[in-house]
Design a binder for this molecule. Structure first.
Ligand SMILES: [Zn+2]
Ligand SMILES: [Zn+2]
Length: 266
């Protein structure tokens, strides 16, 4: 990837800032809904609670670059396969996403490594299961990671869909430890960066993390381009998170990890 900073400058309005963990913001996915019903928030959102409670292993470390709703251009690019359009014109989806991940990783590799407890030894992606879109012959995120030089050299196509019986499970936004298989031998001591495009409920991502951990991975940190929110939700915490994100300009200089570490924008 060439000058990712210059590339993404033309597309900043497509992104929405992700809040650091605090009361009312899910400690896993940095979003909502979190309302307990008595006015006090849960530490994890309803989705993360549901997708992690039955797994033998999952990751507590999910780092979204942006929030999104279904009404944004970012969602159109990720799910509806629309070509991104910025002040510099139209660019390919893969180039746009590669520039996004490259720029974010240039600024926040240290934040991600801090969560992993050391440098990453493997980069992996999650195979599409057709829940959000048709099964992809040429997976989008494999192509994206292939263009991010810092990640491409560590990329291994480790995860495979298990047989079809789990597709309906994932489609129903439920997680399962056996929904994915891991190719090859044990992953003892490996620190895996799992790169994904869209976090909806976390069912795919946490099932994938569970499979990697079962195979021996020491840590799994997930970097996702966007966390989907529902602004029409009646959950007061979700509504507040989205409103704040709309009120505040996005910057690649801060992320939901380093902002919480120093208590202010980096
Ligand atoms: Zn969550
Ligand atoms: Zn950071």
């Amino acid at each position: 990837m060439g000058d990712a900073e210059a590339f993404t400058r033309g597309f900043l309005p497509l992104f929405h800032a992700v809040p650091p963990v605090r009361l009312g913001v899910c400690r896993i996915c940095h979003s909502g809904p979190n309302n307990r019903g008595n006015g006090k928030p849960w530490p994890t959102c309803a989705s993360c609670k549901r997708t992690t409670q039955n797994l033998t292993g999952y990751t507590e470390n999910v780092v979204p670059i942006s929030l999104t709703t279904k009404e944004t251009q970012l969602y159109d690019v990720l799910v509806r396969e629309k070509t991104p359009y910025g002040v510099t014109g139209r660019r390919s989806r893969v180039d746009f996403l590669a520039a996004t991940v490259t720029h974010f990783y240039q600024k926040h590799a240290g934040c991600l490594r801090g969560l992993a407890g050391g440098s990453f030894t493997i980069v992996a992606t999650i195979p599409s299961t057709g829940a959000e879109r048709p099964i992809q012959a040429f997976p989008l995120m494999d192509a994206v990671v292939g263009k991010v030089s810092a990640l491409a050299r560590l990329f291994r196509p480790l995860l495979l869909q298990a047989d079809g019986e789990f597709a309906p499970v994932l489609a129903a936004r439920k997680s399962h430890s056996n929904a994915f298989r891991v190719r090859g031998g044990e992953l003892n001591g490996e620190r895996v960066l799992l790169v994904n495009d869209l976090f909806v409920s976390g069912a795919h991502l946490q099932s994938a993390a569970s499979a990697l951990i079962a195979k021996g991975a020491q840590t799994v940190v997930a970097l996702v381009v966007a966390r989907l929110m529902n602004p029409a939700s009646t959950d007061p915490y979700s509504a507040k998170i989205w409103q704040e994100s709309c009120d505040r300009p996005f910057s690649f200089d801060r992320c939901c990890v380093c902002e919480s570490a120093c208590g202010r924008a980096a």
